[in-house]
Design a protein around this ligand. Sequence first.
Ligand code: PEP
Ligand code: MN
Length: 351
Amino acid sequence: MISFTEKRPFVIAGPCSAETEEQVLATARALAAQGKTDLFRAGIWKPRTRPNSFEGVGTEGLGWLRKVKAETGLRTTTEVANKLHVYEALKYGVDVLWIGARTTVNPFSVQEIADALEGVDIPVIVKNPINPDIGLWRGAVERLQKAGISRLAGLHRGFSSFGDSDYRNPPRWQMAIEFKRMMPDLPLFVDPSHICGRRDTLAAVAQQALDLNYDGMMLEVHPNPDEAWSDAKQQITPSQFGALVDGLKLPKISSNDPDFLASLSGLRQQIDEIDEEVLNLLCERMKLAESIGVYKRNNNIAILQPSRWNSLLEDAKKRGESRNLSTEFVTALLQAVHQESINKQENIIRK
Ligand code: PEP
Ligand code: MN
């Protein structure tokens, strides 16, 4: 019986879309021969952003997945977005279902799938919604749990964003870490293909996820990636996939070595003490901001002083740089601190 924790990392690989029987079987044979794939993926119904793109081969492709399993022994998974997809996939013996990012955003669709799965013992992988809303992600998992699905995993495929980015779907690691904190028992996988949207950064993203203790990954693999009917830029050949997996370093989750544990706990204690000091200092800082708020109120002066804020931020960036703190970090920290000061002053002025 398939379990998402049977192996670490649990590796899912296969083409973005099932295109032809030959393409599906050629990919599966190459992957099976390497022995690095725990589950074979192929999209049968493809959610495309605009019409007139390839929308998947439909039910016919499920027969190809059945052949994959019969011939190579690889277990299979495909995306389902409605109850008809579920019924068809179950009829053809697909081993695992996944819910795509465009479906997780829609509670009606997720509930329809959950209802169709009531009483069916099949594992389901839930991708994060395209928008950065962990509540929807969690809600989708909960709907499936309520329908009695016990083998579930999350799949982090990044979030859509406006404007330029090096990623097709920026990972926003913090969101996935928070999701993991909320659902600590749910295995969490990464989908470097849809995060990166390109080949050259896949390995780095896969490694980053393992360093963050993820349980596995999904990678798009195609015998001839440049000719793929969907997501051509991000797919890799079976041999590139093999090299990528071989190059990953799997960190241990923990160690029982007493020296290691003693040094770790000493360092963590120091970190806790520093965090305590940082919070105390921030509290002092807010009190000063409140005193300034009183002056501003009494003299009818606006709370936000753009030139002061600008010089404060520029100074902090320079000071951060000389202390080896990244500009992004210092900016985000100062923005949060400044916003809290503004909130405090607003409370004073409204009193
Ligand atoms: C896919 O896995 O091919 C897919 C459509 O992914 P997502 O739902 O993450 O966009
Ligand atoms: Mn894809």
